[in-house]
Design a protein around this ligand. Structure first.
Ligand code: SF4
Length: 485
């Protein structure tokens, strides 16, 4: 048992995020400056079930440099546990964004007149900082810089007043075991009620975006599972998007079809007819026993059929999500799923590490699931990185999740430069995101201040329906009409 005391600050959260990378919650106590009284109570008493447990005290003082404290914590826990997390002291979810800011400052155009020598020098400086200040291992430093440069070549900088539009459909046929998203299982009448409210938000936001001079760069339908509504409902929804937003200049229109059991030839035809060019078909695993275990309620065959239908329908880019570390899966299971999805002809493969979050049923079943899977997950991801590169894929975006132990991350791979510009923009945080529907979190970007402001819709779809006027009023007050130049 570690008793970790940090004085000089009452903000312990950033340190605890790092401590959790090394230790399970039951293995430490974190004590702040004002917790002296509590500390005595927290130490297990002899005979209280922890009599043979040694206390390892670690004490730190914050003097204005939180990274310095984190480096000390890292070094000490590395020594005590034998673990050496490859992301160093970084616990944030956007390491590529950090590398961008270190290398290029707040904003610089990819086609600016910086010389090759300057770029090289800047990248070397970034590498040094990632190593010395953040303690990143060489493989992670290289990965972050590789992805950053690839994004600059392929996505470029977001244009001034460009906009990503997100639209949330918070419904799925069933709820997966690990799900912590907004996902409801309802019938057609409820979906109809929701879509009526959503249409109102689309109508308002489309007109307001045009008035504000925004140009839509990409559209992303997420959820939930956006292909849960029936073909007519989807048709009307897409028609509303076209009527109220100027989509003539967009680079990408994604619908995260997600669950193969919601994909039909008719729905795919509707999507294509409205210009959707990128979809996700997310197998998560190509093993039936795993799908049954995690409550996906679709078959491997349905995934294969969905791919065949989508190819025949002419989608330019098909993404497939796979999850490393699903319950009951070993290394060969994961490796087989990867081979099968690659063979299906996916253009993007997004590798997720299973993050067991508070709201999931799996978390209720096994509090320490994340920690038990740590080593296996890393082996799976390392194998996938090697195999995907052999198959001609390149990593194009990356984010880290909270709630995973160790040093894992989620990475999107693409072939033939078929990136998802939306995914990149979300992680860059240098563009406004207009999010419609229940659970949507809009972000307005203030470039001069390098700052985003969040405007959230309610996540409960019934409350969203009831309070649609308020959602629209929030956008009017906080998203539109802002001076952001
Ligand atoms: S498909 Fe996604 S959003 Fe729907 S229940 Fe499963 S994990 Fe949740």
């Amino acid at each position: 048992m570690f008793e970790i005391r940090i004085t000089g600050t009452d903000k312990l959260n950033p340190y605890e995020e790092l401590i959790k990378v090394f230790l399970q919650p039951s293995e430490y106590r974190l004590i702040g400056a004002d917790d002296d009284a509590k500390a005595g109570e927290l130490i297990p008493k002899a005979g209280a079930g922890a009599d043979s447990e040694a206390i390892i005290p670690l004490t730190y003082r914050f003097d204005g440099d939180s990274d310095a404290v984190k480096r000390q914590i890292y070094r000490d826990l590395e020594q005590h546990t034998g673990k050496s997390p490859k992301w160093g002291i970084l616990t944030g979810i956007r390491p590529v964004k950090l590398a961008y800011e270190l290398t290029y400052g707040q904003r610089r155009d990819a086609s600016s007149d910086e010389t090759a020598v300057d770029s090289t020098a800047a990248r070397m400086r970034t590498d040094e900082i990632l190593k010395e200040r953040y303690l990143l291992h060489p493989a992670k430093r290289h990965l972050v810089q590789e992805i950053l440069e690839y994004q600059r070549q392929t996505a470029g900088e977001p244009a001034e007043r460009s906009l990503s539009v997100y639209l949330g459909i918070p419904f799925c046929p069933t709820r997966c075991l690990y799900c912590s998203f907004t996902s409801n299982q309802v019938g057609t009448p409820e979906i109809r009620r929701y879509l009526q409210a959503l249409h109102r938000e689309i109508e308002y936001a489309g007109a307001a975006a045009a008035e504000d001079g925004f140009r839509v760069e990409s559209v992303y339908f997420g959820g939930g599972t956006p292909t849960t509504p029936d073909p007519d409902q989807l048709d009307r929804l897409l028609e509303a998007m076209e009527r109220h937003f100027d989509l003539s200049q967009i680079r990408e229109f994604t619908v995260e079809a997600g669950r193969p059991d919601t994909i039909t030839e008719q729905k795919l035809a509707v999507l294509r007819a409205h210009g959707v060019d990128r979809i996700s078909i997310n197998p998560q695993s190509m093993h039936q026993r795993t799908l049954d275990r995690i409550g996906r309620r679709h078959t491997v065959l349905q995934t294969e059929e969905a791919f065949a239908l989508a190819k025949a329908a002419g989608f330019d880019c098909i993404n497939a999500d796979l999850i490393a570390g699903l319950p009951g899966e070993d290394f060969p299971d994961f490796a087989q799923s990867l081979e099968r999805v690659t063979a299906l002809g996916a253009d993007n493969i997004t590798l997720h590490t299973l993050a067991v979050k508070r709201a999931s049923r799996l978390k209720e079943m096994d509090e320490n699931y994340n920690y038990k899977q740590e080593v296996l997950r890393e082996e799976m991801l390392a194998h996938a990185a090697k195999r995907l590169r052999e198959e001609g894929f390149a990593p194009y975006y990356l984010y880290r999740q909270k709630h995973t132990s160790g040093s894992t991350e989620n990475i999107g791979y693409c072939r033939e430069d078929k990136i998802s510009v939306y995914n990149i923009r979300i992680m860059e945080e240098r563009q406004s995101i207009l999010a419609l529907g229940a659970g949507g979190i809009s972000k307005i970007w203030f470039p001069a201040e390098n700052r985003l402001e969040r405007i959230a819709n309610v996540s409960n779809y019934e409350i969203y329906i009831d309070r649609i006027d308020e959602m629209i009023a929030r956008k009017r007050a906080k998203f539109f009409g802002q001076t952001t130049r």
